[in-house]
Each structure stands twice: as C-alpha cells, then as structure tokens.
Ligand binder design. Structure first.
Ligand code: MN
Length: 489
C-alpha cells in the first residue's frame, strides 16, 4: 500500500486572518518543497493549520483511521497553546514527529519588528508544543533545524522509514513451517505478547501442505523461475535438477505466503518431511524480493528481516538474516565471520552471486541443496537482534564495520560476510553477550541504528545500542537500570 505522512501546523486565532493565511501558504510551500524531486522517501501531505481543540482532534481521528497515513509531523509556525492539543494527541495511534523548524533561515536585520516576531515564533511555539508531548509521555521524534537543510531532510527521511517499519510490523503476518529447533532458547518468544506489542500474527502451517503445494507446481512455472535465476546469477553447477527443485520450493512457498498475506516465513532443517532439500536458493531469492526469513524456526528474526527490508532503500533494502558463525582472533586483526547453513540474502553481495550445489550434512536433506554463494560488501552496517526477556522485548543493535573477507575460504560452500563489531571484536562480543543478543541477527547496510532506536521507541520496547563508545561496565549499569525501569512500566 502506498503510504504517506501528514503535516499539521500549529497556530491559533489570536493573530487574525492575515497571519493565518501566511502560515497556511508557507506550510503548503514547505510541503511542496519537501515533496519535490524525491527529497523524502514518502509523500508529505499538508493537512492544514490547527487552531482549536476540535480541529486537532478531528484531524488526528482521521489520521488514525486512514490506512495510508503512516505518521504525523507537527510544527508550530506561531505560538499554539498546547492544551488545544491534549485530546488529539492523547488519542493519536500513529507515529509522531515534532519538526522544530522555522520558515526563515535568517533573522532579517532591517525587517524585524514585533509583527515579524509574532508571525515567526517557532522558537517559542515549538517549546510549548514540546512540553505537552513530554507531559503526556508520548513516544516521539524531535528534529530541529532549517527545513531546507539536508541534515534535517535526512533525519526526516530516516524517521519516515522507521515509521514505515512500524506500519509493516503492525500488519505483519508470518508463516511458520515446523517449530523452533529443538532445545534452542533464544529463538523462542511469547507470540501473544509480540502480537499485542508489535502486531505480528505468527502462525504455523504444516510442511505437508507445502509439499502438496510443491507437487502442484508446473514445469512451465519452474522454467520461468529458472530464467530469472539465470538472469541474476552465475550458474556454477551442472546439477540443474537441484536448482529446479529449489525453484519448485520457492514458487510453492511464495504462493502460500501470498494466499495468506504473509511477508515473512521460518522453517527448520529438523522438519523437512517430504522435501528433498532444505530451501537454500529458494529462501535466498525470496529474501531478495523483500520477504523476511529465519532459520531453525526463528520467527522473531524472520519478522525483523521483513520489517528492516521495508525500512531500507526503495522499500527493499540491503538487510538480511545473518548468523555469527566463527571468529578470527589474530591480535589487532580480529573479525567475526557471518554466514548461515544456506540462507544469506543476496542483497548483501559485493558481486554477482554464484549458484552452487553441495552436500549438507545437517538436517534431513536427501539431495545436495542449491544455494547462492558470494562475499558480502564492505561498509558500515548494523546487526540487530530482538530477544524476549520475559515480560518485555529487548531490541539490541550493534554498529559493525564490514570488510572484504580477508581470505578466500575456497572450500566454504556458503555466502559469507566478515565484519568487526564496534568498539572492537572482543569488547563487542562481551557487550553483545552481556545484553543477551542472539546468534541470529538482521544485518543491514542501509538501516541505521538511529532508525532502529526510533522504531523501538514507537513500538514501546527496550533498545540497547552497542557503539564505538560502549564499555562493558557502562552497559551493565544501563541494563541494570533498564531492568528496574521496565518492571515499573
Ligand atoms: Mn541459524
């Protein structure tokens, strides 16, 4: 669905019609400017100047009801007494951003008089406006700066993407094939709590239903899917039957997800009854189309992958299901190597991926599954993990620096990404483990930590960020305080 955002401008009737006309024209000009030339990732609709409790309540009710509205942005050109906003804001169900900006960039030395001051008093109006949201303890984003400034537009764009993550999350349906891998703790979670808090509808379908769907896939459908693989990837195997089998799996999984309106799925290598191969290439190609995926029944990471993909560039960013696998512990040259049994999204690839087939010893594979093999891109990124702490959800985000893998690893038959977590590998591991972060993560190059923090705030869940400045001591203290705070919530 095409999403948009609403701009509401605060004022009041005290200043007379001329001032209100100017405010209205300038707000419209602002929305027009910001919508031009793709400055923002989503349309900004100016919804009028708010002058009374009734007007504000009406427009917020409308925003709540409008399925296309993904959030509201407010700004006070003049003073706008905030008791007018209480009823509306208390009812607001959409993400909320307070843009503390000003029509004029500069103070005009000659022109400035008391009329100018009364018309251009955002410095004053935005403080009154900010107080009431603080008083109401509302989750919100505050962005300050001149509206034509690139930094401001960048922050507004990033916040919009986070709000899109909220919209996707609240509507997310997830298809599980099989349960979680036996005995694993971190991939578990309270599905009722997650639905109440994040909106996720997490339900299970039988692997037998998938097999039935696979058997109904036609050779013509598989031919078309093969043509797509050939166009996108280098085929580096003679075992075309294995690739065709993955095509069959992909088509069947996608048909079932489309039928049920699902944007994410999970499966487990321990439950592949009636299937010859664990979906490798199939899951990878589905992820490249924007679907979320989690291995070993990890529905939390599957959902987060779908959400972060939707938050990324063009609504399908470079975000992927990932797993910390093994370390390179050479002093001064330390790295983590991430991969998975098969399923790494090609949106992370530095070069054109290859389709290969190899034996997979783990699980129930009767035949060698086809998979995409590639190296991940170099660049700054984040890894994100959502864990269930019992009574609350914790979203852990770590800044990482991806590099071109420092060795070829010619016998490693899976896609791989190499990175150094911040502040350094060892402190980074200590922090991650201290916070309870999972081995499964979503790795993203184009979703920022700030966007994830905003997402967590809007969702009302705990956020832990491990940065270049994090120490184990400081983190432990933060987590201890968070335990206390979240018990009170
Ligand atoms: Mn795994």
């Amino acid at each position: 669905m095409k999403k948009n955002f609403w701009l509401l401008v605060g004022s009041q009737t005290l200043y007379g019609d001329d001032v209100l006309k100017t405010v209205d024209a300038r707000a419209a000009e602002m929305a027009r400017y910001l919508n031009e030339g793709g400055k923002l990732p989503y349309a900004l609709l100016y919804k009028g100047t708010a002058k009374s409790n009734g007007e504000i309540s009406d427009v917020i009710r409308e925003a709540n009801y409008d399925a296309e509205c993904a959030g509201i942005i407010t700004w006070c050109h003049t003073f706008s007494p905030s008791k007018m906003w209480i009823n509306g804001l208390a009812a607001l169900q959409k993400p909320y951003c307070h843009l503390a900006t000003q029509y004029n960039r500069d103070i005009p030395n000659e022109e400035i008089d008391m009329d100018f001051m009364n018309l251009n008093q955002a410095a004053h109006g935005d403080r009154e406006h900010g107080f009431i949201a603080a008083r109401l303890r509302m989750p919100r984003k505050v962005i300050a700066g001149y509206w034509k400034d690139e930094r401001v537009i960048g922050k507004l764009s990033a916040w919009m993407r986070s709000a899109i993550g909220v919209a996707v999350s609240r509507a997310l349906r997830l298809m599980r094939f099989g349960d979680n891998m036996r005995e694993v703790a971190v991939t578990e979670g309270d599905k009722v709590e997650v639905q109440a808090k994040l909106g996720w509808q997490v339900n299970t379908w039988a692997v037998g239903d998938l097999v039935k769907e696979m058997n109904a896939v036609t050779e013509a459908e598989i031919d078309a899917q093969m043509a797509e693989y050939e166009a996108k990837y280098d085929i580096a195997t003679d075992n075309l039957a294995a690739i065709r089998y993955q095509a069959r799996e992909e088509i069947a999984i996608e048909k079932m997800m489309k039928r049920e309106g699902c944007l994410a799925f999970s499966n487990t290598f321990q439950d592949l009854y009636g299937m010859e191969q664990l979906p490798g290439l199939a899951s990878q190609h589905l992820m490249s189309k924007g679907y979320g995926y989690g291995g070993e029944g990890d529905w939390k990471v599957a959902a987060m992958t779908a959400i972060m993909k939707a938050m990324g560039e063009g609504g399908n960013g470079a975000s992927a299901f990932m797993e910390d696998y093994t370390y390179h512990l050479e002093k001064g040259n330390e790295y983590s190597l991430g991969a998975h049994m098969l399923e790494v999204c090609p949106s992370l690839a530095a070069d054109k991926p290859r389709i290969e087939t190899h034996h997979l010893g783990i699980g129930m594979n009767e035949k060698d599954p086809a998979r995409l093999v590639f190296e991940g891109k170099a660049g700054s990124a984040i890894v994100v993990s959502l864990v269930d702490m019992g009574g609350r959800l914790r979203l852990i985000c770590q800044d990482i620096e991806c590099v071109k893998p420092i060795m070829d690893m010619p016998n490693l038959p899976v896609a791989r990404v190499m990175w150094r977590p911040l502040p350094d590998l060892l402190t980074g591991i200590e922090c991650w483990i201290t916070a309870g972060g999972a081995h499964h993560t979503v790795l993203s190059y184009d979703v920022s930590a700030e966007m994830m923090k905003d997402f967590a705030n809007m969702m009302g869940i705990e956020f832990v960020h491990i940065t270049k400045d994090t120490t184990v001591d400081a983190l432990e203290e933060k987590l201890m305080i968070a335990d206390l705070v979240w018990k009170l919530k």
